[in-house]
Design a protein around this ligand. Sequence first.
Ligand code: ATP
Ligand code: MG
Length: 461
Amino acid sequence: MNTPSGQQGTHLTPHVLPRDEHPISRRMLSENALKVLYRLDQAGFEAYLVGGCVRDSLLGSIPKDFDVATSATPEQVRQLFRNARVIGRRFRIVHVRFGREIIEVTTFRGTPGEDHDNSLAHQSDDGLLLRDNVWGSVDEDAIRRDFTVNALYYSISDFSIHDWTGGLEDLEARRLRLIGDPEVRYREDPVRMLRAVRFAAKLDFSIDAATGDPIHELAPLLLQIPPARLFEEVLKLFLGGHAVTTWRQLQHYGLFAMLFPGAAESLAEFDWAEPMIERALANTDDRIRADKPVTPAFLYAALLWPAVAASARSLEADMPPVPALQQATQQVVSRQLQHTAIPKRFSMPMREIWDLQARLPRRRGKRAFTTLQHPRFRAAYDFLLLRETAGELAPGLGEWWTRFQDLGDEAQRDMIQQLQQGPQEEDADDFPETGGPPPGGKPRRRRAPRRRRRTPPSDDS
Ligand code: ATP
Ligand code: MG
């Protein structure tokens, strides 16, 4: 094997795997990606496939998308393709679009010299890469990538694979290893900590100790990352089909608390909180495996619900449950927005799912019918079942709605009639009702805190 992870090491020689020693054939690759590679090659530029597509193809799975690395600058790429658009400021790349498929074309990144122009590459005093647009050679590009298995290059000139960092060996060992000094690389871009966890879960790889260990300590670096970028990462973490494993790993490394501090704090408050989140994530994984749609609104609703419940419980000391719930959602959402963005198109339905939790127990008169008509009824009903399964609520109400929604008009009226005759008269106008305790019922018997809180008991209580 060639020299692993050249730290400063430019002008290394790659380990080259000729075409007949690896399983990647052009038939396995995107036609559009091949078009891009050939055109760059014919125009006299170096062009490779790199990243997830090479890694996944070598592992025998179908790549999600295709990334190209080239010696052509973004401008030169744009001139070669009519359908190309330069995007990104911090990290400029070119998107070449073919219908629904986008091929991401990235110019080789180089190591900025001492006298480089700040407008091209720029780093904060503590090492955060604020801009990374200095062009370089393929070997320089390789060592600036994150993990060795993500830095394998498939050459279009002879269909060989070039490995500059020991990626083939790590792929064989199913091991995720950061290129270079892990601490330096995490300080340059703390999102790499999340990527480590995401790839480990997705690929079922181990995280090399030297790559994993520093995360426990460096996790708070994530607080420097703009909420909009973290929102995108959260979606990749939880909507990639391995949400349960990912979540456990995020917890293990102390990363979850950096993304969802309110939720992390409230996990210790209720026995049902962790089971609820695990169940929600398991459902998400199942749906993705079955090719069913999943919505970030439901995911966020579940992740943040224990925080809402904790907050509502303390507010209830001073006000009735309904306004307490409303105020709690307000507090939890505004705190969350400081960490990950939640675009309106997701936060609105998320709030509706929560609001409906207070309406689902109230079924008399026309209420059940109104609730059933609500565009978010189905999600809210699923959410109710989740709460019951996790043990937050005693079972019963969910089952009632299961029956109710499938019946005809008359039978539905009968069901409501029966409620009215029940011994425990349902709902006047005050909540909660017999459908279950208010959110956050069944407080966990306080045991010694599991971990010391770094912040006072949270600003949303
Ligand atoms: P997938 O697309 O399957 O999620 P991927 O490895 O292709 O995985 P992308 O986010 O598409 O991941 O990035 C493409 C490649 O760009 C990566 O394989 C890696 O080489 C490089 N890369 C992406 N993000 C970073 C980063 N934050 N730091 C260093 N290199 C990165
Ligand atoms: Mg990719």
